[in-house]
Structures are given as structure tokens and as C-alpha cells.
Write a protein that binds this ligand. Sequence first.
Ligand code: FE
Length: 335
Amino acid sequence: MNAQTSLLALAAVLTAAPAFADEVNVYSSRQPELIQPLFDRFTKETGIAVNVAFVEKGLAERLASEGSRSPADLVMTVDISKLAQIVDAGVTQPVISEVLGANIPAEFRDPGNQWFGLTSRARIIYASKERVADGEVTTYEDLANPKWKGRICTRPGTHDYNLGLTAAMIVHHDTAYAKGWAEALRANLAKKPDGNDRSQVKSIWAGECDISLGNTYYMGQMVADPEQKPWAESVRIVYPTFENGGTHMNVSGVAMTTSAPNREAALKLMEWLSSDEAQAIYAETNNEFPVKPGVKRSALVESWGDFTPDTINLMDIAKERPAALKLMEEVNFDG
Ligand code: FE
């Protein structure tokens, strides 16, 4: 091999395998397009590569079966019950970090430091601008009022987002009350629960119902999509509250696995995700609420006005999830 061909061979090797000193492996149930911009920025700043495996279902089971051989360092997912499930499966380790402690308020992280919230979101009501008057719906409890008969659309009651809301209803009242609420809400539905939060707004746009339940950030996604923009424009966001509380909140978050082969680099990524810079990206590209105090919400989110977040403990919501699922099945909500 002469000097020129050996240089070419070296160049080929360098192109094929970028020389990252460190890497982090992430299992994520979050849509790749939502988190990739964050990882790209992190890699650019630190030189640490981030490898993401999109795992839609069964995160806890997969980590449990891989055990100590798991290549995963971090798990990223949405919903407090999913985070709690992963912790309960024994596949996470506590992370003690001054940075995380300073950036993330106590209500958005596990008291045992097993999971950390990175963004929050509210489960709100999308109301028809044409057919629902200002102030006509103000509480979650009111969705059970017969005045809404045939006017409500929602995704399945057994979906995590609705189970979180129902679990919060149990915490605010009790299981019997929540069951009666779910039964009455079901009786008010315009059609069988189906589809996602955005397709309910489409139904409002199409005149099939007048209000729907949905997470806040979907408004941002609809506005940005030419096909869905008219749906978004047919509704306004109403921040309902519980009669004795505020607007129902949930989180997306991160946890470190017990196996974590790249612990140091993984900790760097966790801390960076809680930084001003990353929190601003979450706010701007996903229209989620940053958890770090002082980081601004996006202008779009600001335009929906202010609201009072519910203050019940996220862990209490996770605890009532099995009871919420049971009552949703008992009232045959999705049937
Ligand atoms: Fe979602």
C-alpha cells in the first residue's frame, strides 16, 4: 500500500465512524422528531453522541428482560404512570445531582431521585368557537352535566392521558364519585371514543361535537400543519379546573437505568436537558411548559392565557391509575 492509498483508507474509516469519545444510549417512547433537535444540539456542544431507540410500548418490560446487559443509559417517556411503572420495575437508579435539584422544582421530580420531569403539559378542553360560549364550561366535573349530551368527543378512556385525568378525579373526590363521573361523561359522548387528541378537534371542526379533551401542545402541532390548521382555528383552549383544585397537569421525564454503561455521559445529558437552553427548545419546538423556573413559554402558549395548575402530587395520580383503569372498564367507557 503506497502512502496515498493508506491515507485514503484512513479517510474512509474516519468518515464511516465519527470519532466520538463518549456516547449515551436512550430508549425513548417520545416521538423521534420531538427530541432529535435536542440531542443534535447536545452533541454539537459536548461531542457526546446520542443513540436513540424509539420504543413505543413495553419500556419497563424490555429493560427488565435485558437486565444488566441493557445498552440503555436513559429512558425518556411521557406520563407520570409510565415513569412510576419503570421505577416500580426496579430498572432505574437514583441520580443525585445538584444541577437537577436546582433546575427542576421538587413537584416535578421523584422524592427518591429515580425520575425527573423535563416538561409539563395540561389536559384541557378544546371548545368550538361557534357553539360554546365563554364560561360555558369551567370544570372537569361539569363534563358529566347532561347539558353536554351528544356534544363531547374524546380519545379512549383507557388511554394514559385520560387515565391520568380520571386518577386525579379520584384523588380530588373518591373512586365512587369518579366512576359516576366517567359514566355520565360516557353518556354525553357524541360518538364512541376513538383516535387521538387531534382527531377529536377535527370532529369539532366537522360539527360532530362541541368540546373535546386534549393536551395543550397538540394545538401547537395542529397550527403548524396545513391540513390541521383549520381544525385548530375552529376551537379555543379552555383551561378547566377541578371544583376544588386547578388544571390537570402531567409530565414528560427521564430516568437513568440500573445498567447505564455510560453513566457519566448520561448524567451530562440529563443535566443539559434541564438547562435554560434545552428547556427553551422544548418550549419553542414542542409547545410544552418548561419545568425550569424562569424559562419562557412559547409565544403561542402564552397567547392561550394563564391558568392555575392543579397542585395534587403526581405520585398520588400514579397510585390511583389502577383504580382509574378498573372503573373505566367497569363503565365500559370505550365500548
Ligand atoms: Fe401526546
